[in-house]
Design a protein around this ligand. Structure first.
Ligand code: MN
Length: 137
């Protein structure tokens, strides 16, 4: 058994290439083979969000605090997500997720690396127009 101590792992800021705004990442676990598990708590400041991206084996998001947004598929409208919601994102599907414009938001992000260690495929930043589109009911 291993206990990964919180004190030994600093919070890291999300890379500007992959996020708009200020985003903080706390690693939960990066599994060693044969595990492909990756888990991270991601905390978004108001207005912050990921760039468009896709995961080879999909992704599960468990919402922890605040008010968030997610959109799946280019041209789609975002929808609000809240603490206790679980979001299932299919494999190889472009999407983004982040905070509402005026609220903090955090989620636990769970994913698995793909064959050959393939990770997240990153695309362009989410435009203000797409981010601020009228929410789905
Ligand atoms: Mn994602």
């Amino acid at each position: 058994m291993t206990v990964l101590k919180a004190n030994a792992r600093a919070t890291r800021q999300g890379a500007a290439a992959n996020f708009t705004g200020v985003v903080w990442q706390d690693e939960v676990v990066v599994g060693k083979a044969p595990s492909r598990m990756r888990a991270t708590v991601v905390s978004f400041t108001p207005g912050a969000r990921t760039a468009w991206h896709a995961h080879p084996v999909g992704q599960v998001l468990y919402c922890l605090s605040g008010v968030g947004r997610i959109a799946i598929g280019k041209g789609s409208r975002p929808q609000a997500i809240h603490p206790g919601d679980t979001v299932l994102i299919p494999p190889d599907t472009e999407h983004w997720h982040g905070a509402a414009p005026d609220r903090l938001f955090s989620h636990l992000a769970l994913s698995e690396t793909g064959d050959g260690g393939k990770g997240t495929q990153w695309g362009e930043h989410v435009s203000e127009e797409d981010y601020r589109a009228e929410l789905l009911p």
